[in-house]
Design a protein around this ligand. Structure first.
Ligand SMILES: Cc1cc2nc3c(=O)[nH]c(=O)nc-3n(C[C@H](O)[C@H](O)[C@H](O)COP(=O)(O)OP(=O)(O)OC[C@H]3O[C@@H](n4cnc5c(N)ncnc54)[C@H](O)[C@@H]3O)c2cc1C
Length: 485
């Protein structure tokens, strides 16, 4: 008989959180800390969503999305999780760019970028300061009509080398292009420039283990292998729809608030149902573009073998200039490598390399099984060829090779088209407006470029948990004042 993964669950909670990405996990933790009864439902056997890892024979532990996040993550982990988790964040020392326009090593903060823009690219100090000042001053609520290309042209006209230096890492980090609003670039880039790039010492497995312990301590009921099929609705007295709960693994569970960490489009179209929203809202939803997906090659190094320190992250490209079509092409010319040295997992004396490339769903979606397998083999072989430039003996020292594609990302996260970074900018407004359409329905997680990445997703979890808390409190009857007591 199939195992009942909901055994012992209650029939009703204050809040159900759908999905355990960093947005869902953080929202669930906050809601529990606010004093609500929280049920966290995750279809996968693991928690973390894209913040995940896997283990393979031979002692390999390979991280999916732990490559680097901004300094702000320390504050987020300390305030909304705990001091111990925050204490494991360490700075990445060196990031290398290598492409036909330049080879540069940097620690990726404002002082070092200023030095490189001055010395290497010959930009005037005043222009550099003004550029950073403009980006820093960008605010989500400002009307900022410029796109990223226009902001680069304003400060560095015709300098495709400078544009590439400033843009390429952010393209790898969140799929954004020159056509995306400058505000999305400005916020994400400024977050990194603040104090450089950081990682979690111990690896994603340790982070998620510690987060799970904190959630349990705060009373969250956590259920893996639990697929939410539907968000249940009632009609309120004013005729407005309101959330009533969810159907999960065929079972109804009631709740006054539902926070979905599933993709925003799946939340609306699949879980809630278009018929529960106004037609005008659905018209806007139909304009939301999903972001691109990714391919990765995971390379486990034999026990006892070493890689000399080359930097922690390396952004490489064979394209003559930054070209977003080429960045996404199945004919890969751009790869970002994450190097994992033993100090990243101090209890585990091993090296690993993960090569990541941005990718299009359409290139992988409809391949036959045979073509899919040979596509993955090709990806692995060409990655090793490219990596030989930096690690000449890579074929000799690697003893685990594995590839993932947009299909892999879709399978494990359920995100439509395997999107790695949620939606383009317009998705954020839709996510923010869900509660105006349906009482008690909230969305959190990668959306609109700004709210993506480890820091963006976790911070968005906090913002939405605060809103859901306010909503739940508004439902509680106010205490009556009794005269003479
Ligand atoms: C290859 C790659 C590299 C990356 N590198 C970095 C990096 O270096 N730095 C960085 O900051 N960010 C990086 N990111 C992005 C970052 O990992 C994500 O933005 C972030 O982890 C997403 O968190 P999220 O809250 O949006 O949820 P997700 O991680 O997308 O998780 C959503 C969860 O919801 C679950 N779910 C969905 N539908 C249902 C359902 N119906 N029922 C139950 N469960 C459901 C899914 O199983 C999943 O666990 C990378 C991403 C990729 C793919």
């Amino acid at each position: 008989m199939a195992k009942n993964w909901l055994k012992g669950a209650q029939s009703a909670y204050d809040t159900v959180v759908i999905g355990s990405g960093l947005g869902g996990l953080t929202a669930a933790n906050m809601m529990a800390k606010f004093g609500h009864k929280v049920l966290l439902l995750e279809h996968h056997y693991n928690l973390g969503g894209l913040a995940t890892w896997f283990k393979r024979k031979g002692g390999h532990v390979l991280d999916i999305s732990l490559h680097g996040f901004p300094y702000g993550m320390i504050k987020t982990l300390r305030r909304y999780w705990n001091q111990d988790i925050a204490d494991h964040v360490i700075r990445i020392k060196n990031i290398r760019f290598d492409n036909p326009q330049f080879t540069i090593d940097t620690n990726f903060d404002r002082a070092d970028f200023t030095r490189i823009l001055l010395d290497r690219f010959g930009i005037l100090k005043g222009t550099i300061d003004e550029f950073f000042h403009t980006l820093r001053g960008m605010n989500f609520y400002d009307k900022m009509p410029l796109n990223t290309r226009e902001i680069f042209e304003r400060f560095f006209p015709g300098r495709t080398d400078v544009h590439r230096f400033l843009m390429e890492p952010i393209t790898y980090a969140n799929g954004s292009t020159y056509e995306d609003p400058a505000i999305a670039y400005g916020i994400v880039f400024s977050n990194f420039m603040d104090k450089g790039v950081y990682t979690f010492q111990g690896g994603t497995d340790q982070l998620i283990k510690k987060m799970k312990a904190e959630l349990l301590k705060n009373g969250v009921d956590i259920r893996n292998h639990c697929m939410v099929e539907k968000i249940l609705m009632d009609s309120g007295e004013d005729g407005k729809k309101k959330v009533a709960g969810v159907v999960v693994n065929g079972q109804e569970i009631h709740a006054s608030a539902v926070l979905s960490n599933a993709n925003i489009l799946s939340t609306i179209h699949k879980l809630a149902g278009d018929e529960n929203f106004s037609p005008e809202f659905i018209e806007e939803v139909d304009k939301v573009r999903l972001n691109n997906s990714s391919c990765q090659v995971y390379i486990g190094i034999k026990k006892g073998e070493k890689i000399d320190y080359l930097g922690d992250l390396m952004f490489t490209s064979e394209a003559s200039e930054l070209d977003f079509d080429k960045v996404l092409s199945k004919d890969v010319t751009s790869r970002s490598y994450s190097f994992y040295y033993p100090h990243i997992r101090p209890d585990h004396d091993r090296y690993a390399i993960v090569s990541s490339t941005n990718a299009r769903w359409a290139d992988w979606a409809n391949l036959s099984d045979a073509d899919y397998e040979s596509g993955k083999k090709h990806l692995i072989e060409t990655t090793l060829d490219a990596l030989e430039k930096y690690v000449p003996n890579i074929r000799k020292i690697a003893n685990h090779l594995e590839a993932s594609t947009p299909r892999t990302f879709k399978r494990y996260t359920l995100h439509p088209t395997g999107t790695s970074f949620g939606t383009k900018f317009e998705g954020l407004k839709i996510s923010r407006e869900l509660p105006q359409q349906i009482d008690g329905l909230f969305h959190t997680g990668s959306v609109g470029i700004i709210m993506s990445g480890w820091l963006g997703a976790a911070n968005y979890g906090v913002i939405v948990a605060n809103e859901a808390d306010k909503f739940l409190r508004s439902l509680k009857p106010k205490p009556q004042l009794v005269a003479g007591v």
